[in-house]
Write a protein of this length. Structure first.
Length: 71
């Protein structure tokens, strides 16, 4: 994430910044899919679920930045 901020500060091209944002979002999506995949597979094919509840590392509700932005 720091590299994204560095790109903005150093006036990198908007296309490069946009590409980096897309890369970050894709990485986060892939991580979430890997977390959810066993639970969904178990529910679809009748296996036992690993856990009944899915916890996310960086949920917006738990973030301090989220609270500041909401005000």
């Amino acid at each position: 994430m720091d590299d994204l901020i560095d790109m903005m500060v150093s006036n990198e091209s908007p296309a490069d910044i946009s590409d980096r944002i897309k890369e970050i979002l894709m990485q986060k999506s892939a991580e979430n899919i890997e977390i959810i995949r066993p639970v969904v597979a178990a529910s679809m094919f009748g296996g036992e679920e690993e856990s009944g509840e899915i916890e996310y590392e960086d949920s917006p509700e738990e973030s301090e930045d989220y609270e500041e932005d909401a005000e």
